[in-house]
Design a protein around this ligand. Structure first.
Ligand SMILES: *Cc1c(COP(=O)(O)O)cnc(C)c1O
Length: 388
């Protein structure tokens, strides 16, 4: 059975051109970039080329880009690094209640260390209100961190507006752009941000490599201590092949992003329309228009997310759900709960995220299979009967 992959927000396949660019750095050009000899210098040059490529994608200067071990690491780096470096000014951080766990769990950790964190609410579309950010600012606020687009429901946040507020208050603004970089335009100056996280494997690069943009002059403590790699901000012998692959992926993204976004928007809207037409008691989660071109997230009443996921998987369709079965309890997604969804709907959510190689036939196949999966599960559900 040929599998239909609609989970590009979880990870993307590595682009063949990216693979090809990486290979020589495992073999012939294996040098340590810190070595003075020519083999080392070759590796160093490859890193600097990749840094230029990544910087170009986000409108940054290359010396403002620090490579990290992942998107998660970039988020940890920002929150801990800004909190530690700016203790003289204050100990308050503002974030949103729908951030990725990489941000939320780091904030919880910082709270245990004595920092204070405000988690801003969102509206029914998962949108943060910039005026709420303004109201949350205190004399002790050192950082505002709001994601560029949400990974579950795809809503794109008003970062440029929040940026104006942060500028005026002279507070650093960070955005987690892991879901947007390489997919929709991301420019650190237009967004008015001081810090921005990206991850390669969400844009057709390899896993285990990310980057943090740090605007010149921003006070952030080093994340790893050791050698003077990454200007002393992140010691470790660099993962040269991954960095080269990341650079290549951002170069391809610059070339293909706009056309791809157009294609995916059409497929997205076909999928949304088709689902809403063929299945009853179902709703779209996230903003209807201000959303990622590749994201469809729906809540299906009287059908449990994980059961739908497993049934779709049997039909060869890979998707994601907001309700993850943890060890004991079935926990609904914190994003859907923050958006005010009742638990019934939060438990019945499905996320379809398309990408570079998604076809119209695949979308049609989902539309053929999903109604049957839903009615089968509903036939077994005690909830639907009691609601009638
Ligand atoms: C995937 C993701 C991350 C984590 O990136 P990794 O490189 O997988 O650690 C962080 N934030 C968002 C919004 C993501 O989608």
């Amino acid at each position: 059975m040929k599998r239909i992959y609609l989970d590009y927000a979880a990870t993307t396949p590595t682009h063949p051109e990216v693979m090809k660019a990486m290979l020589p750095y495992f073999t012939d050009s294996f040098g340590n970039p810190s070595s003075i000899h020519s083999l080392g210098q070759e590796a160093k040059e490859a890193i600097e080329k990749a840094r230029n490529q990544v910087a170009a994608l986000i409108g940054a200067k290359s010396e403002e880009v620090v490579f990290t071990g992942s998107g998660t690491e970039a988020d940890n780096f920002v929150l801990k690094g800004v909190a530690l470096a700016n203790q003289g000014k204050g100990n308050h951080i503002i974030t949103s209640s729908i951030e990725h766990h990489a941000v939320l769990e780091t904030c919880k950790f910082l709270e245990k260390q004595g920092f204070s964190v405000t988690y801003l609410p969102v509206d029914g579309y998962g949108m943060v209100d910039p005026s709420g950010v303004k109201k949350a600012i205190t004399g002790k606020t050192v950082l505002i961190s709001v994601m560029h687009a949400n990974n579950e429901v795809g809503t794109v946040e008003p970062i440029a507006e929040i940026g104006n507020i942060a500028r005026e208050a002279e507070i650093y603004l960070h955005t987690d752009a892991v879901q947007t970089a390489g997919h929709i335009p991301v420019d650190v100056n237009k967004l008015n941000v001081d810090l921005l996280s990206i991850s390669a494997h969400k844009l057709y690069g390899p896993k285990g490599i990310g980057a943090l943009y740090i605007r010149k002059g921003t006070k952030v403590s080093s994340f790893m201590h050791g050698g003077d790699q990454e200007r002393g901000k992140r010691a470790s012998t660099e993962n040269v092949p991954a960095i080269v692959g990341f650079g290549k992926a951002t170069e391809i993204a610059q070339r293909e992003m706009l056309e791809e976004a157009q294609k995916l928007t059409v497929l997205r809207d076909q999928l949304i329309e088709g689902i809403l037409k063929s299945i009853e008691h179902i709703r779209l989660n996230g903003h209807p228009v201000i959303r990622l071109p590749n994201n469809v997230n729906v809540s299906v009443d009287y059908a449990e997310g994980e059961s739908m996921l497993l049934n779709l998987d049997l039909a060869g369709i890979c998707v994601s759900t907001g309700s993850a079965c943890s060890s004991s309890a079935l926990e609904p997604s914190h994003v859907l709960v923050a958006m005010g969804l009742p638990h019934l709907q939060a438990h019945g959510s499905l996320r379809f995220t398309s990408g570079k190689w998604t076809t119209e036939e695949e979308i049609n196949q989902v539309l053929n299979v999903l109604p049957g999966v839903v009615s089968k599960l509903r036939a077994m559900s005690p909830l639907i009967k009691s609601s009638k």
